[in-house]
Write a protein that binds this ligand. Structure first.
Ligand code: SAH
Ligand code: F3S
Length: 437
């Protein structure tokens, strides 16, 4: 049929969606290529979370116009969140683009590409009815051989954080039935996958609307029974859904990694309220205490947004304060980017860019100091890691601990996909170094 090239932006869910698209296309006779120049179909699987991500995709999609000129049969498409967000305006902006497909219609891609190739006319699928998801269970084969795999358990978001475009682009929450997820993970494990990362926008609200009743804790329990599987991760959690059954699952199930990424976003109650996050700083801190008490050895991670409308120096100081009190394993820090159509976009974007940059830098430095001290405290310990493959430096391999710390170590042979015990001999803010124990 031809060759497909996909350029992926943004989150892990997009990485998985791109795999699912490749797999669906493969079932129709398409092969994948790493080179745009030899492709018959080029898709940009896009992200809308911050303006910068959209701009990059727009600019790169603009550049393939030349390829389309040289090869008129080439089909260029924009799929994913920006497709949903900008819809047919993209056709005006990018005249050589013929296909626009939102995240809930990825399954329509083969059919639409066929139609475009047959008629030479454009196609768009962004309506909010008639979901056409691609189910992960059908793409097990194409993910074979990897020690790790992403598994989508839910998609969409029913919350309405005022800064966030995701509920608009991914739509309302839908959870996959547990049987299908178990089946998918069982097949992955049968092909050598030892670690799965369950994906969802608010992954710990998993189960909403399903009968019989189930939650993420219950799903983790089911998946723990899958033979051959060694580790289960899940991202991203929302503080409002950190329920006792989830805490118990992390405490009691050895395969469930003791690592919780649950974004705080801000350390100021005033800002949390304006963001409509649904919890207070006190509640967040209480959760951290509960988690550390109930799940010994757990590591916590967070996202923060700096420069949200109306964020004062005092609000920011409270965010620094929260970071210092919790001592996260790692934290992602973003400068606020107004997204047209969100509630926050109606507020004046009043923190000057220079000040956003300064706060961004300061928060990163605070986290870096914390990460370095925490990592240095691990020197001398023996940690079990899942080896991911060769590291950037010659002769070394890299892997991760249960708590998601990166460990680099000397190894004579490729240990990819296996577990190894490493004695930690050195540490930076970002990673640990060690030798096989
Ligand atoms: N729960 C979702 C969050 C998606 S966005 C998920 O993980 O799938 C990921 C992170 O981007 C958020 O936690 C937030 O910190 C940041 N973010 C979202 N919207 C943003 C915006 N308008 N400006 C800056 N950062 C933003
Ligand atoms: Fe976005 Fe908040 Fe949902 S960050 S994805 S609206 S939980």
């Amino acid at each position: 049929m031809g060759k497909i090239f996909i350029e992926t932006y943004g989150c892990q869910m997009n990485v998985l969606d791109s795999d699912l698209i490749r797999s669906r296309m493969a079932s129709q006779g398409w092969s994948s290529t790493e080179h745009k120049e030899e492709a018959d179909l080029i898709l940009f699987n896009t992200c809308s979370v911050r303006e910068h991500a959209e701009e990059r995709a727009l600019s790169n999609a603009g550049m393939v116009r030349k390829l389309k000129k040289e090869k008129p049969g080439l089909v260029v498409g924009i799929v994913g969140c920006m497709a949903q967000n900008r819809q047919d305006r993209l056709f005006e902006q990018l005249p050589h683009v013929q296909l626009i497909v939102g995240p809930r219609h990825m399954g329509a891609i083969p059919r639409l590409v066929e139609e475009i190739r047959a008629t030479g006319t454009r196609r768009i699928a962004v309506e909010d009815f008639d979901d056409e998801f691609i189910d992960g269970a059908e793409a097990v084969q194409s993910r074979a051989g990897g020690a790790q795999a992403y598994v989508k358990v839910m998609e969409g978001c029913d919350l309405s954080c005022t800064f966030c475009i995701v509920p608009t682009t991914r739509g309302a929450e839908v959870s996959r039935p547990p049987e299908r997820i178990v089946e998918e993970v069982r097949r992955l494990a049968g092909q050598g996958t030892v670690e799965v990362t369950l994906l969802g926008q608010t992954v710990n609200s998993y189960g909403k609307g399903l009968k019989p009743v189930i939650d993420l804790g219950g799903l983790l329990r089911l998946l723990s029974g899958v033979e051959g599987l060694r580790r289960i991760r899940f991202i991203t959690s929302h503080p409002s859904f950190v329920r006792p059954s989830l805490v118990e699952a992390m405490r009691d199930l050895p395969k469930v990694c003791k690592y919780l990424h649950f974004p705080a976003q801000s350390g100021s109650d005033r800002i949390l309220k304006a963001m409509r996050r649904g919890y207070s700083v006190a509640r967040y801190l209480e959760l951290c205490d509960t988690l550390r008490r109930e799940v010994p050895g757990i590591e916590l991670a967070s996202d923060f947004i700096v420069g949200f409308p109306g964020e004062t120096a005092e609000d920011f100081r409270r965010t620094v304060d929260l970071m210092e009190r919790v001592r996260f394993q790692n934290a992602f820090v973003f400068k606020y980017s107004p997204r047209p159509g969100t509630d926050a976009a109606a507020l004046p974007d009043d923190v000057p860019e220079e000040e956003k940059k300064r706060r961004h830098q300061e928060l990163l430095e605070v986290q870096e100091r914390i990460s370095r001290v925490k990592n240095q405290a691990r020197i001398g310990r023996r940690l079990e890691i899942l080896v991911e493959g060769p590291s950037k430096r010659e002769g070394r391999q890299t892997g991760r601990t249960d708590a998601h710390q990166i460990v680099n170590f000397e190894a004579g042979r490729d240990l990819r996909g296996s577990f190894a015990t490493v004695e930690i001999t050195g540490a930076t803010a970002l990673s640990l170094a060690g030798r096989l124990a």
